[in-house]
Design a protein around this ligand. Sequence first.
Ligand SMILES: Cc1cc2nc3c(=O)[nH]c(=O)nc-3n(C[C@H](O)[C@H](O)[C@H](O)COP(=O)(O)OP(=O)(O)OC[C@H]3O[C@@H](n4cnc5c(N)ncnc54)[C@H](O)[C@@H]3O)c2cc1C
Length: 426
Amino acid sequence: MNRRGFLKAGVKAGAAAALLSGPVSAFAMRGAKVVVIGGGYGGATAAKYMRLLSGHTLDVTLVEPQKEFISCPLSNLVLGGSRTLADISRPYATLEKHHGVRLVHEMATAIDTTARTVRLSGGSQLRYDKLVLSPGIDMALDSIEGLADANAAGQIVQAWKAGAETLMLRRQLEAMPDGGVYAITIPEAPFRCPPGPYERACQVAWYFRQFKPRSKVLVLDANQDVVSKPALFKKVWDEQYKGIIEYRNQHKAVAVSPKDGLIRFDVQGDVKADVINALPAMRAGKIALQTGLANMANNRWCGVNYQSFESAVAKDVFVIGDAIQVAQLMPKSGHMANNHAKVAAAAIVAQLNGLDVNPAPMLTNTCYSYVDDRHVVHVASVHEYVAAERTFKVVQGSGGLSAGPTELEGRHANTWARSIWADMLE
Ligand SMILES: Cc1cc2nc3c(=O)[nH]c(=O)nc-3n(C[C@H](O)[C@H](O)[C@H](O)COP(=O)(O)OP(=O)(O)OC[C@H]3O[C@@H](n4cnc5c(N)ncnc54)[C@H](O)[C@@H]3O)c2cc1C
């Protein structure tokens, strides 16, 4: 490590150590093993911060099938055409090189919470003392008739995990004739990234306005109203995308037929579209469900003790990120997952050292949305753990909302992305 890198690591380690109530002991850590499943916003951050908080003594293995990290935040801009997938991808190798996190590029296929083992797709097994799960979400494709088959055939994709589907959807938009219709259906909240579908509508409309000006964007929302930043999005649609974006609330998609380009709803009449981007209901990633950790909301989300993010049903298993049952007004966002990870990492290192777990963790959130290639709006909040109610609550008067889209916020959004990727991976 060069001098600058060393100083940077020292500053980070100092800041990270402030999350603990006392000094850690290399002796206490000796032999302790932590396995992290999922190297997204939650898992990669947890792996790195456990290494930092333990003075690089804790044995941390990150299980993640992808060779490089691809960000969902900013992936809507790939659909709009102002970014490439390469712009929003980062290598995992830095976690190993800078922080000594052991990387295993396989899927975790089974967890035995009694034997404390994780089985991997290659057939081998990892033993753990503490396990962190950040598997993100899975799509309940079966909640919309015809969607699973349409997805398998590549006719209707979600692109709600950035990567191959993002490129497929972009190609569908490019192939659509001018005068065509793109329709996005939005499930009932909660779902991954509350502002995400509305940002996507802006990005597709921005592309259409330049290259296919007679085309339309239909936003078909199962909810009563736009779930995040409603006034801001509606103002942008009215001012920048009038005649292109049309919003319809209370449209819960129940069936799709890609052959006829049809979407069927529970109450409202059918809608025809050239490109269908049907987002079904979402639930915690499969590995969490199959381990029995999703004990909330009809077994969709994982209940946790919010002070530490330890599972409500399995000891020494910590669940973070989108897979958890959220507290009030806590969005399923990358920024939140990154914050959950730090609380869980500190709790794990404290427990392994016999220290008190932080009694009053705090979380912050910021969600930026690009309304074109440069102009951005944001919403922000601060959440405090209220011990008496064992939940997180928004700190009164904290956070805020943009007055309207600006280029300055566009620069902040870009810096936010680069900073959080560095915080997770470098
Ligand atoms: C279009 C879009 C825009 C968004 N914009 C923003 C934004 O601007 N700001 C923001 O804060 N958030 C945004 N989000 C939300 C953000 O992407 C998620 O909240 C965040 O990724 C959640 O982190 P996570 O760790 O729970 O899941 P992920 O980041 O999805 O990570 C899960 C990881 O687990 C791995 N995995 C799953 N199962 C297994 C297994 N069995 N074994 C091993 N690995 C496994 C996956 O490969 C994946 O890498 C956006 C989301 C979308 C879709």
